[in-house]
Design a protein around this ligand. Structure first.
Ligand code: HEC
Ligand code: HEC
Length: 323
């Protein structure tokens, strides 16, 4: 590991110096080590976020066949040149992710080829970390790629203090990104009518290494389910109602993590965007006749129509082992 080497090299360097230096210098040396350690923790965090939230679609592996979005280096080329400051870059990326519209896009060709990027929700500090990392690192370079391959091989270290809320959010977001990717690919290939069965979550694997360590499971439930299997129970209904109320009032109702039967269970809202309207919007207006027929055939008790954009469609329920 590159960073580890750096730390070892530095400690050797400093251990020689330390014998003769004052307390102040010793403190400085320790601070330096701390900065480097923090940096590698932050880099790992950024890479984890990228892997689960962005590379699902903006694959750095140049896999042309399964492409549903431009590879990241292409996006970076449009957002970055020698004169771009970090502040400008970070602001532009965050602005687009929070509001992926045609007006905000500077890549009309990508929108034409792939359709608009679906809107997802992130924690502000996570987005900041992602955007800063993307400014600092040239993902098309061999050096970066080596780092990425090493990162992918690394097994997860269980941190002493697990933040289940953040972990659950990452797992929910990864699921959402995977689902979005499969849906976009299916709608592109078969049209909405042919893609109806692709909104099924059972087939979505979670690859976040912490989710494997914690034996995490994800399900989606709704107060107005399409598939009766996905009906929310009473506890889940309460969360959905609270989110809906908060949303109407323009307030924030934070995701929740509770302990149930020795498991940590996190709840995260699922909101609708433009892409969902083809199958969850207004029948005959947004959902075309053919799609409607397929939905009715597969889901005779469907309750999941008539939504508009930016509504609470249901919640992710993420169950994790308690460590
Ligand atoms: C579900 C698939 C998907 C995921 C996940 C995804 N994107 Fe995208 N993204 C797209 C598609 C499709 C486009 C091209 C169309 C467009 O520009 O809207 C795109 C375009 C972009 C653009 C260029 C926008 C423009 O048109 O100017 C940026 C910036 C971007 N994505 C950032 C991100 C970041 C950062 C993440 C992770 C936090 C991410 N995306 C996750 C699908 C995705
Ligand atoms: C191509 C059609 C299609 C699109 C587009 C689509 N869905 Fe679905 N959705 C379905 C089908 C079909 C089901 C039932 C899946 C099952 O049997 O588990 C479903 C189920 C769901 C469920 C699980 C609860 C339930 O009602 O069974 C949620 C939540 C959901 N969709 C949210 C979304 C969101 C959010 C979007 C947009 C980002 C979206 N869907 C886009 C077809 C679609």
């Amino acid at each position: 590991m590159k960073t580890l080497n750096k730390i070892t090299a530095l400690s050797i360097l400093f251990s020689g110096v330390l014998l003769s230096c004052s307390e102040a210098e010793k403190q400085l040396a320790e601070d330096n080590l701390l900065v480097i350690n923090n940096q590698s923790v932050n880099e790992d965090k950024a890479l984890t976020l990228l892997k689960t939230n962005c590379f699902t679609c903006h694959n750095p592996d140049l896999d042309i066949e399964n492409r549903v979005a431009p590879p990241w280096f292409k996006v970076r080329q449009h957002y970055y040149d020698e004169e771009t400051t970090k502040e400008e870059f970070v602001a532009a990326i965050i602005n687009f992710i929070n509001n992926p519209t045609e007006e905000n896009s500077i890549m009309p060709g990508a929108v034409r080829n792939f359709g608009l990027m679906p809107k997802m929700s992130f924690k502000a500090e996570d987005l900041q970390l992602i955007a800063e990392y993307l400014y600092d690192n040239d993902i098309s370079s061999d050096e970066w790629y080596e780092q990425w391959e090493a990162f992918e091989k690394k097994t997860a270290l269980i941190p002493t203090e697990i933040n289940y809320e953040d972990l659950g959010r990452n797992i929910a977001n990864e699921t959402k990104a995977n689902l979005g990717k499969n849906l976009m690919a299916a709608v592109k290939e078969k049209g909405a009518a042919g893609a109806v069965e692709f909104c099924n979550i059972q087939a979505i694997p979670i690859t976040d290494s912490m989710s494997v360590v914690l034996n995490a499971k994800v399900k989606r439930v709704s107060d107005k389910p399409r598939n009766p299997i996905n009906a929310a129970n009473n506890d889940e209904l309460e969360y959905i109602e609270n989110w809906k109320k908060a949303k109407i009032k323009g307030e924030k109702f934070p995701p929740k993590v509770v302990e149930i039967n020795n498991k940590m269970v996190g709840y995260y809202p699922i909101e609708t965007n433009e892409m969902c309207m083809k199958c969850h919007g207004i029948p005959e207006k947004q959902i075309n006749t053919e799609t409607l027929a397929n939905i009715k055939k597969l889901y005779p008790n469907d309750k999941a129509m008539g939504y508009s954009e930016n509504e609470i469609r249901g919640i992710f329920v993420v169950e994790m082992d308690k460590k």
